[in-house]
Every structure is written in structure tokens, then in C-alpha cells.
Design a protein around this ligand. Structure first.
Ligand code: PBG
Length: 328
């Protein structure tokens, strides 16, 4: 009598060592990027209510924090500048001040910890008094081409401050080409561009806007950020950014867009970055605080899923905590 043959996939799940042996996806610790919010002043460490564990730092404090990140094994940071609200105007003028907040932070970090990779988010929403990502035309619409000039000018001041990678997140058309040209014309051929290529108009940016004080005073961002329903359009945005000279392309947010990440991964040879955004962080923190989910397991599962979808680089507010836990 022959016994019926049962396929037994459980054989490969019998022990931690067996599971590790056949594990298909691993999060690359070197590919994690920690976002940091920088504010004026000194000695400032200001916790952000909707993002437990995340703070805004003054330049001196951000250098100290980078020391801790370095010790935890974080190799790259993404800077967001938050100027005093009195400094904001309709033209985001302080964004390209050579002594602006990002410029000073980048210089200070590079001086103290030259091996830390400094990425600077490049946008205008934290610098305009109306909170939109671009300069407005008389009718109140974002003026695409005028905004390109401000972005290019700002990118140059970032590069001059030692920023390794500029990361435009404004979603204006033609910005990658404008920034590349400005950088090259000034000799910054080595400064890389990581474009937020497929950035969706998402509810998951809520806590960030509190952290960065960048909620638009009227309207929303749907005329420049993408419609969450579209994936073919994401591929078009990615293709255009690559043609214009992007070195790394990004999809943002992460969890609700893993199909987009996979599609982008399959259309390009460039490194793909994925931004696990503020709202995604806040949801895990909030549920874990209530004891509704296990934070560490939820984070591990989330980062693994983002990597499995095809991300090479993951930008996440969990980078420091995660690496502290997994780096040997
Ligand atoms: C700036 C910018 C935003 C985020 C990154 N860059 C906010 C927005 O577009 O409204 C969101 C990051 C996050 O939610 O963690 N334009």
C-alpha cells in the first residue's frame, strides 16, 4: 500500500535556522534613511505630538542626534528645514539663503560626521507663507516654471553646503532637468538627485504637516501630487525623471502603494527608494501604545514588505530604532 504523498512546505518552517536558511527577503540595513526636522535656535529638542519618538532639532542638537544615529548604524539622513514662520514669504526666499536652516545643518553634520550621507529634501512648502510647494501665479495656482527657478537656486545652495543628494519633493514638471542643469553649470556634477518621482496626494502626510508646519493655508496639493488611483501615470513620472537625469527614483507613501513600487522596480535599473511616511509611522505607534499590535513585529513586517515589493532604499522614522535592534 502506497501512502498518498503530501506536499509539506511546513518542513522548511520547523526552526528559526531553517526559516532563516530559506528566507527570500532581507531589509538592507545600509539602505535605511532617517528623516530629521531642523529648526532655528540652539539646544532645541522639541517632540512632535503625533509622531511619538520623533523630535525637531536645532542645528547643534541635530549634530548630536546624528552622532547617535551613527552609533546605531544609520548611514544616511534626510533633512527637512523648518524656518521661523516670520521668515516665510510668498517666494520661499529663505529656502535659498546660504545661511538657511538646511544649509547650516548640512555644513555642521558634514563637519562633525563627514561619512554620514546627507540628503536634503528640496521643496518650498515649509518656506512659503501660504504653505504650497511652489510659487503662486496671480490666480492662486502654483506657477510651475517660476517654481523651477527657485528649486534650482535652492539646490545649488544645498550642494554648496555639502549635501550629497538633493531630493525634490515638490512634484513640479521639469524640476529634475532644471536642478541637474543648475548643479552641473556650477561644477556640482557629483551631487546626486533622488527624485520623489511618484508622490501621491496622500492623507498619510498628516503628522508631517504638523511637524513641518507646512499645511497649505488654502486648497490642497492635488494639482501637483498624484491621484492615488493611478499607476501608469507613476511610470510616466518615473520615466520623465530618469530622462531628466534622476539618479534614484522614489515612490511615496509606502504601504498603500506597494504595487506601484513593484511596477517601478520592474521598469528601471535605477535604485528605487520608498518613503514610509509620517502617517504610516503614527498608525503603528498609536496602535502599539494601546497594546493593540506588537510594535517591533509590525515594524519588521512592514520594512520587509517594502523591501519585498522592490525597494532598495527605505526612508523611515523607524530607522534608528530598527537598526539599534538589528545591527550587531
Ligand atoms: C514636502 C514633503 C512632504 C513629505 C515629504 N516632503 C509633505 C507633503 O507633501 O505634504 C511627507 C513626509 C511624511 O509624511 O513623512 N513637500
Amino acid at each position: 500500500m502506497t501512502r498518498p504523498l503530501i506536499a509539506r512546505p511546513r518542513r522548511l518552517r520547523t526552526s528559526p535556522a531553517m526559516r532563516a536558511l530559506v528566507r527570500e527577503t532581507r531589509v538592507n540595513p545600509d539602505g535605511l534613511v532617517q528623516p530629521l526636522f531642523v529648526v532655528p535656535g540652539s539646544g532645541v529638542v522639541q517632540p512632535i505630538g503625533s509622531m511619538p519618538g520623533v523630535s525637531r532639532y536645532s542645528v547643534d542638537a541635530v549634530v548630536r542626534e546624528c552622532g547617535e544615529l551613527d552609533a546605531a548604524g544609520v548611514r544616511a539622513v534626510l533633512l527637512f528645514g523648518i524656518p521661523d514662520s516670520a521668515e516665510k514669504d510668498a517666494y520661499a526666499t529663505v529656502n535659498h539663503d546660504p545661511n538657511g536652516i538646511v544649509q547650516r545643518a548640512a555644513r555642521a553634520i558634514k563637519e562633525a560626521l563627514p561619512h554620514i550621507l546627507v540628503i536634503a529634501d528640496l521643496c518650498n512648502c515649509e518656506y512659503t507663507d501660504h504653505g504650497h510647494c511652489g510659487i503662486l501665479d496671480p490666480s492662486g495656482d502654483v506657477d510651475n516654471d517660476l517654481t523651477l527657478e527657485v528649486l534650482a537656486k535652492t539646490a545649488l545652495t544645498y550642494a554648496r553646503s555639502g549635501v550629497d543628494i538633493v531630493a525634490p519633493s515638490d512634484m513640479m514638471d521639469g524640476r529634475v532637468a532644471a536642478i541637474r542643469r543648475a548643479l552641473d553649470d556650477d561644477g556640482f556634477t557629483k551631487t546626486a538627485i533622488m527624485s520623489y518621482a511618484a508622490k501621491y496626494a496622500s492623507a498619510f502626510y498628516g503628522p508631517f504637516r504638523e511637524a513641518a508646519d507646512s499645511t497649505p493655508s488654502f486648497g490642497d496639493r492635488r494639482s501637483y501630487q498624484m491621484d492615488p488611483a493611478n499607476v501608469r501615470e507613476a511610470l510616466k513620472e518615473v520615466r520623465l525623471d530618469i530622462e531628466e537625469g534622476a539618479d534614484i527614483v522614489m515612490v511615496k507613501p509606502a504601504m498603500a502603494y506597494l504595487d506601484v513600487v513593484r511596477a517601478v522596480r520592474e521598469t528601471t535599473d535605477l535604485p528605487v527608494a520608498v518613503y514610509h511616511v509620517s502617517g504610516e509611522y503614527a498608525m503603528i505607534k498609536a496602535a502599539a501604545e494601546r497594546g493593540w499590535i506588537d510594535e517591533e513585529r509590525a515594524v519588521d513586517e512592514t520594512l520587509t514588505a517594502i523591501a519585498r515589493a522592490g525597494a532598495d532604499i527605505i526612508i523611515t522614522y523607524f530607522a534608528k530604532d530598527y537598526l539599534r535592534r538589528v545591527r550587531v
